[in-house]
Design a protein around this ligand. Structure first.
Ligand code: DGI
Ligand code: FE
Ligand code: FE
Ligand code: FE
Length: 186
């Protein structure tokens, strides 16, 4: 198995400097949330470290994986923003040797969320959003909510993200709608 150190070295050479630093801040945030919400700190650390592993891969790598692994072909209608988590998880298995489904699901769902998320999945979803390098309008409220009650952080991010996507005329991946319906809609 790769140790955390091996993983960090591998990520340092795979990711851009700014992406690598983001990943370390997400790890730090995720570990604090794991302690607070009683989930495995080790899983939170690994999931955070690898969550954007595939972010800088060329589109062809994702398209090939979607076809080879017979993943949902609707994925082909989207792009890197959707692929790097869901399809990236497949690359993490074979390239990093990480097969833990709790960790892989946290990576798969870190961008879109999911209707049902484990505490670990919620932690990675939120840590990516509130890590100390983020500075969008509302991030302070997101941090406050997440530290008071994890699921209220999830509700906040889910609503904000959908608003942002609509405001910018971006296509909405169906999973993003499922997350909205499950967490926000009444
Ligand atoms: O990889 P990061 O930049 O750290 O963050 P991320 O993986 O959470 O988000 C990447 C981008 O994905 C972000 O700009 C918002 C966007 N996104 C989230 N849901 C959807 C989406 N983009 C589209 N087109 N459709 C979605 O449903
Ligand atoms: Fe990401
Ligand atoms: Fe995110
Ligand atoms: Fe990220």
């Amino acid at each position: 198995d790769l140790t955390r150190d091996d993983l960090v070295h591998k990520l340092r050479e795979t990711l851009s400097d700014s992406r690598f630093k983001h990943v370390l801040r997400v790890e730090k945030t995720a570990i604090a949330l794991a302690n607070k919400y009683n989930v495995s700190v080790e899983k939170a650390s690994i999931a955070a470290l690898v969550h954007d592993y595939a972010k800088q891969r060329p589109d062809e790598d994702f398209i090939k994986t979607i076809k080879d692994k017979k993943m949902d072909q609707d994925l082909l209608n989207y792009g890197n923003a959707i692929w790097h988590g869901i399809v990236g998880a497949e690359l993490i298995k074979t390239e990093l040797g990480i097969w833990d489904e709790d960790i892989l699901n946290a990576v798969r769902h870190h961008t879109t969320g999911a209707a049902i998320m484990t505490t670990l999945e919620q932690i990675i979803y939120m840590a990516d959003y509130i890590e100390p390098g983020r500075d969008f309008d509302g991030v302070e409220q997101a941090r406050l909510l997440t530290n008071q009650n994890l699921s209220s952080g999830v509700v906040f991010q889910t609503k904000q993200t959908l608003e942002y996507l609509i405001e910018n005329n971006r296509s909405i991946y169906p999973k993003t709608i499922e997350t909205y319906n499950a967490w926000v809609a009444k």
